[in-house]
Design a protein around this ligand. Structure first.
Ligand code: C2E
Ligand code: CA
Ligand code: CA
Length: 406
């Protein structure tokens, strides 16, 4: 073992990892398992020599969180297997093993990202022990993701709803060509008695498991409509985007609830935009479609969120009354500047244009991305470079500052 690997294994604790190795060669399987065990203390290793076997392991052991996949296997190939992984909503890390050319690997890498998989690297065959270090090191501090303790408990969510501890922050969206302040996205927060302000990543998924998300969405809508009304009385004519989960959209009364709230706050329907995560549209789309069409007919806009993250398809776009496409922030953050990404963004933009769908770039973190998305012809931008999410009371001042700057 070299010094670098020794360091990696000493300074980090990887025992919590539960690996699944998939390769039709048992020699490779044994080799990878040995390196993981000897150098990284990863002793929970399942092995599978076919994708069918691998799926079985994944079904029976829900705690697999690290997967090594050979791209070239007989029967189902590695690429089809990646699709399967995304279908079963596998959330762990993915490492690819392959002997094929780096060009193919690079396109497979973007595929893993488009499937919403947590890809952390490729081991080129023939592999060497030292190749593992950089890859395993990426796992670093992400343990949190797999610890359910990091997510709030159901009772904490119920308490927050009951005590009105739901808060809403707003992040500006601007029209890129004119730099005009167009609207805000409402982003939910929860105030915890002990932990303070909690980010939605720690409670939305949990709230979606139960139907608590419906109550959260309702709370967010009421707060946001109230804030919209105050802005409007101060002369700010903004579009308001609210995130709505598929569970809410499957409620038969969802559209009526929105109509009721709109009239209660005297807010025109065309000032509201519902953001839905495109990948989450899969199950029972009928009620969802009915709600979305009713909303759309009254003038409420619909945005497809996180486009490019999951199985984003253009076909799906045509089924829904979509007005906006939000290009996922990973395009501009993690995969920034990669040529094949740029091509993907470009083609998405031109298809959107053809379908008369406006595009919003998320994750505009610096001036370079701002210029890039402007030059590429994206319509709107949102991100830390423009502004971080802020409290409702700060929006007016932000607008003055923004106008002065542009
Ligand atoms: P999202 O809808 O994709 O929201 C954008 C997230 O990206 C926000 O995180 C925002 O703060 C963050 N962000 C904005 N600009 C940048 C940037 O330039 N760089 C980076 N790295 N990040 C940026 P936040 O507020 O933590 O929200 C996380 C997710 O929680 C949201 O992702 C959304 O899916 C969900 N969420 C938030 N509020 C609600 C809600 O009221 N209902 C539902 N169902 N989901 C919500
Ligand atoms: Ca969103
Ligand atoms: Ca998004």
């Amino acid at each position: 073992m070299n010094i670098q690997m020794d360091l990696a294994s000493k300074t980090k604790d990887y025992e919590w990892l539960n690996a699944l190795l998939i390769d039709d060669s048992t020699v490779i399987l044994d080799y990878v398992a040995k390196v993981l065990e000897d150098s990284f203390n990863i002793s929970n290793c399942h092995k599978a020599t076919s994708s069918a076997e691998a799926i079985q392991v994944l079904r029976s052991s829900k705690s697999i969180n690290l997967l090594f996949l050979d791209l070239n296997m007989p029967n189902v190939d590695g690429i089809q297997f990646l699709e399967k992984l995304s279908q079963i909503n596998y959330k762990g890390y993915v490492v690819i093993m392959s002997g094929v050319s780096t060009q193919i690997i690079s396109s497979v890498e973007s595929l893993t990202k488009n499937y919403g998989l947590n890809y952390i690297g490729t081991l080129l065959k023939p592999m060497h022990e030292s190749d593992f270090v950089n890859i395993i090191n990426k796992i670093g501090t992400s343990r949190k993701k797999f610890q359910s303790s990091d997510s709030l408990k159901t009772y904490e969510i119920i308490r927050a709803i009951k005590n009105d501890d739901i808060e809403v922050m707003y992040q500006p969206q601007i029209e890129l060509a004119s730099r005009k302040f167009m609207g805000v996205e409402a982003l939910c927060r929860m105030v915890h008695p002990r932990l303070g302000m909690i980010s939605p990543d720690r409670f939305i998924d949990k709230a979606e498991e139960s139907e608590l998300i419906i109550h959260i969405t309702l709370a967010v809508l009421k707060i946001a409509f109230g804030d919209w009304k105050k802005w409007s009385m101060n002369g700010l004519d903004l579009k308001l985007s609210v995130n709505v989960s598929p569970i809410s959209l499957q409620q038969p009364e969802f559209a009526d609830t929105i109509f009721m709230l709109l009239s209660q706050f005297a807010m025109p329907a065309d000032k509201l935009c519902i953001e839905i995560t495109e990948g989450a549209l899969a199950n029972d789309p009928l009620q969802e479609l009915a709600n979305l069409n009713r909303l759309s007919m009254r003038g409420v806009a619909l945005a497809f969120d996180d486009f490019g993250q999951n199985n984003s398809t253009i076909e799906r776009l045509q089924k829904f009354p979509v007005n906006y496409l939000k290009l996922d922030k990973s395009y501009f953050i993690e995969q920034k500047g990669q040529l094949n990404q740029l091509a993907l963004i470009n083609s998405t933009l031109s298809i959107a244009k053809e379908l008369h769908i406006k595009t919003i770039a998320e994750g505009v973190e610096d001036s370079a991305v701002m210029s890039l998305v402007t030059d590429m012809g994206c319509d709107y931008g949102q991100g830390y470079y423009i502004s971080k999410p802020m409290k409702a009371k700060d929006v007016l001042a932000w607008q003055r500052e923004w106008n002065a700057k542009t």
